[in-house]
Ligand binder design. Sequence first.
Ligand code: PLP
Length: 624
Amino acid sequence: KKLYKINQWGEGYFSVNSLGNLTVRTESKKSGEFDIASVIKEMKEQGVKFPAVIRFHDILRSRVRLINKVFRETIEEYDYEGRYYGVYPIKVNQMREVVEEIIDAGLKYDYGLEAGSKPELLAVLAMNDSKKALTILNGYKDDDYMKLALLGREVGRKIIIVIEKFSEIKKIIRLSKEVGVEPLIGLRGKMSVPGCGRWSGSSGERAKFGLSVSEMLQAVELFRANGLGDCIKLFHFHIGSQIPEIRSFKEAISEGGRIYAKLVQAGVPLEYFDIGGGLGVDYDGTRTINDSSTNYSLSEYVADVIYSLKQICDLEGVTHPNIVTESGRAVTAHHSCVVTNVIGKIDATSDFNTKKVTGEHIFVSNMRELEEDLHNNERLQETYNDVIQLKESALNAFKLGILSLEERAKIETIYTRVLNYITSKLIDSDKVPEELQSLVDDTSAKYLCNFSVFQSAADSWAIGQVLPVVPITRLHEKPTVNCSIADITCDSDGKIDKFIDETGHRTTFPVHELGEEDYYLGIFLTGAYQDVMGDMHNLFGRLNEVHVFKDEEDESGFYIEEVIKGQSCAKVLSTMQYNPQYMAYSLKKVVDREVARGKIQPRRGVKLVDFYEDCLRSYTYLES
Ligand code: PLP
């Protein structure tokens, strides 16, 4: 548990049982705990192939409950007069089942949804039927988007159209007159406070979205002049996602709070103060200011938001507004993980015979001597420098035609053995000297895992996001291998080489030697963005997935509610405009031609075509 920092990043949702297997605790306490290895066993019995996504729906529900409860309790504790109306931005994970679960868990808290595009609005309109919960509309909007929003008002939804840029004002005025429906309007402020973290561009004066203060004042004038002044109900800002420092929220609220208060004092009938998303996830469990962590907890965030806003409103003498947040990452990240089976180990070893022969080149003998010396000397750095230099000289000699192929092979083999020996010594020691860290990184093994980083952990590749990776079983055994992860795409970027360390991040992580049994690794905290941002690099499509719920009545502690099949080869090919039926037909024509020419037996021809068709129907990932 300690090695993988499960308690830190897991927020109490994950633990290890007496069998050494990773478990899920759906209520941050022992009750409702079940074994992920048992879930995998049942998936295999049901014929679900790996890699696969496992969704723990109870965790999702728990996150929704938690955020709403903490806001409610803190509001009461601080005598804050407004209410909390959270909304879930569906862009963070639009899976229907995920959104449905969030709506269901949030029903009693009037928890709403946020959409940022026309297709998302179509989904949101069809899903959240509450008349009390909010629906917030962000993003750039065309006429249809606005008209859909007004349709929502007609059927009684509390839909707030947030103005992101000035030209949207004329559009909403024109369309509301045309349709004869009064909108609810929000104004997104462009805060001067620069954002921080990876998405710092979401804030600051040069941000893509939002109105400057002068534009906001003009907007109020324009709405008033067109009889819609009373419709301006919400003030909004968003300073970026995964905000590492609590200070950034405080600063944004002190600026936003003043703008809000001054607008209210100027007679704008605002009721909601929407602080957007940004509530971060402690991916690496360090609770520090780095891009994969946060220096605050959910409770600290909520307390700071409520306290800061209350203070400003009291000073300005305005009523405490209802607070809206658009947290997505913090709601969905924990509930899903990608489980991949390790299909092999890539390491630099060679069995080439390096025995001494008479007349061999001096470089070979020198390399051999360095190896023989190795076991009696402590000067690893020196030996390392020597073997590097010798290998370089040997390569030059080979290029000049002085070394034979066999001699080069011998030098490479001994060289690899020496480096592996030095690395193993370094790994056993407590601290790797900085000069030799790159050697450890370069020579460490890779576990080849059945998945695509580009499909399942896009942020790991794109922005160096750390995601917790943990073996699902054997957690009571000391791991003996240090490795990084290579995926099955034909791309050297297809790898994970940033892992959680006790103190920070490292390029390898400890795993167990592969044995007879399948070895599964879980990539955790993938429920936000990763689940839906994956691309089709190498045509590896969406993964099989299972939806798991706790069942305390059942011996196993869980049940699999739904299995969603991942994409077949035919499906991913058709999304790229191929026609699988025609492809099979084309191949059959080629085979028939060869049969007619007597090159292939007719029986064999039929088998080849059948096999091609079977492959089209099969899962895109490797069969194990
Ligand atoms: N609201 C808006 C306007 C956003 O752009 C985003 C994402 O960046 C969010 C909410 C969700 O943010 P997070 O996932 O950090 O909570």
